[in-house]
Structure formats: structure tokens, C-alpha cells
Design a protein around this ligand. Structure first.
Ligand code: ZN
Length: 271
């Protein structure tokens, strides 16, 4: 197990980067071939700024948090701390259970980010994007990234998540976030079938609506079931997927939401 963990730790950055680049390119290609909704703003301007904030966040995660979360995971495994280490369950089952539990936690974390003013201040940056495409899925304020990582560290400690489960979960989260924010037109029947299991672009686009009742629904990131179980599911937007307005009423202005300086300062600005 020690060699296996060492192998994962040594190769994790390159595995994650390969997935990240491949899914980003694949979704961008699909957005070009089968776009769903006409974009409002200049793609070049939005993308250059959204990608800049993604680079800032990636450095933050890589250099400050990645090693800390792995250290916590090793500590819980070696000292048999954490819920999953209390029971005699197979390694495979503990990996699957960890991934499902982490997904449930970030579902509730997302609800909290909408409910509590201090968290919403930072989460607003993600919702202030006036278009919805693959880069929106990674456009978060660095402080939201830090808060999310702290919650994840505590969760890993309490659950006793194995290292491999953290790596798999992070890859699924980043890949599905790019997928379910992508501006791609899936055949209706495929969307319907996929939606039984995972969050699809149409399902998540509703969460980026300017209307409050739609904005405060469809919080799921990966597994679509949580919204159905916890009564936060909206089936379709009232203005239709192509006609719905994306963004926030209070910051519906290109000059206040697109540039990296606007993205970073938005939580501290008045409407
Ligand atoms: Zn949200």
C-alpha cells in the first residue's frame, strides 16, 4: 500500500493535468461543433480573463493545499482515524463510499454558499459570468477555492478518505464541472438518460439563471440524485434553455464582470 500511495503522489500532478487539458479541449471542440446557446459577450475577452483566474487558482491549489490534503489522508490511514477506518470494509468499497460522501458534502457546501451572505459574496463571482461555457466551470474566486479546500480537508479527516479516492474525486469533479458547464447541445433523449445519474449541461445551466428560484436550485456537481432527494431540483428553465438569461441581476454589466480585476474585486464591491 505504501508503494501504491507513493506512486499516486508522484504521478498525481501529471495525471490530473492530462485529464484537465484533454477535457478542456474536448468540450471546447464540442462547443464549436454543437453549440447550445448563442454567447452574449466576446469569447476572446471572457476566455482570456476566465483562464487567467483558473491559472491563479491552480497555483494556489497545487502549492498550498495539494500536499496538505494528502498529508491528512496519510495520517488518517496510518492512525486508523476517520469513519471508514473504524469498520472492516474492503479498500475498493471505501474508495467508492468516499467519492459518494465527498460529492454529498460539496452538494451541501454549495447550498451553504448560496444561503450564507459571507460565502455568497465569493460564490457570486462564479454566477456573475454572463455567458455559460466550459470556462465558467472553473471560474471561482480564490477565496472560495480556499474555503472549499478547508471544508474538504476537514471532510477527509472525518471520513478517513484514502489518497486514491481524493485523486479520483478531484479528477471527476474538474472533468464533470467542465462538462456540465459546457455550452453543448446534447440530444434531448441523451440528456434525459444521463440526468438520471449525473448533472448534465442543461440541468446545470438552470442553476446559472438570473431568476432567483432557478438560481437557488440544481446545486449538484456530479451525482444528479442529491437535488431530487433534497427537493432542490428544477426540471427546465421557464424561458427555455436557448432564451434564458445567464448571470446575476445585481451585476448584469459586462464592464463589471469580465476583467480579472473585476473578478477579484467583485465580492468587495457594492451592486
Ligand atoms: Zn451556485
Amino acid at each position: 500500500m505504501k508503494e501504491f500511495n507513493e506512486y499516486i503522489i508522484a504521478n498525481e500532478p501529471i495525471i490530473r493535468l492530462s485529464f484537465f487539458v484533454s477535457i478542456l479541449l474536448l468540450m471546447s471542440l464540442f462547443e464549436y461543433i454543437i453549440p447550445k446557446k448563442e454567447l452574449l459577450l466576446s469569447k476572446f475577452k471572457r476566455w482570456s480573463n476566465n483562464i487567467s483566474i483558473i491559472v491563479v487558482n491552480s497555483f494556489l491549489l497545487k502549492f498550498i493545499f495539494a500536499s496538505s490534503i494528502i498529508t491528512i489522508s496519510i495520517y488518517t490511514t496510518e492512525n486508523k482515524i476517520g469513519l471508514l477506518n473504524l469498520f472492516e470494509i474492503s479498500f475498493f468499497f471505501s474508495v467508492i463510499l468516499s467519492i459518494i460522501l465527498l460529492d454529498l458534502i460539496i452538494y451541501f457546501q454549495h447550498r451553504l454558499f448560496h444561503k450564507i451572505d459571507f460565502f455568497w459574496k465569493f460564490h457570486k463571482v462564479h454566477h456573475s459570468d454572463m455567458d455559460f461555457d466550459v470556462t465558467t466551470g472553473l471560474r471561482f474566486h480564490p477565496i472560495e477555492i480556499i474555503i472549499s479546500m478547508l471544508i474538504k480537508m476537514i471532510s477527509v479527516f472525518i471520513i478517513g478518505v484514502p489518497i486514491i479516492a481524493i485523486v479520483i474525486f478531484e479528477i471527476i469533479l474538474s472533468s464533470l464541472s467542465m462538462f456540465n458547464h459546457s455550452n453543448i447541445k446534447l440530444p434531448a433523449i441523451l440528456d434525459k438518460r444521463l440526468r438520471y445519474f449525473i448533472v448534465t449541461p442543461d440541468m446545470h445551466r438552470i442553476h446559472h439563471s438570473i431568476h432567483n428560484e432557478e438560481l437557488n436550485s440544481n446545486y449538484g456537481f456530479n451525482i444528479s440524485l442529491w437535488d431530487r432527494i433534497f427537493s432542490s431540483y428544477t426540471n427546465k428553465p421557464k424561458n427555455g434553455y436557448e432564451k434564458m438569461t445567464i448571470g446575476l441581476k445585481e451585476f448584469y454589466d459586462e464592464n463589471k464582470t469580465v476583467s480579472i480585476l473585476n473578478i477579484l474585486s467583485l465580492p468587495f464591491r457594492k451592486k
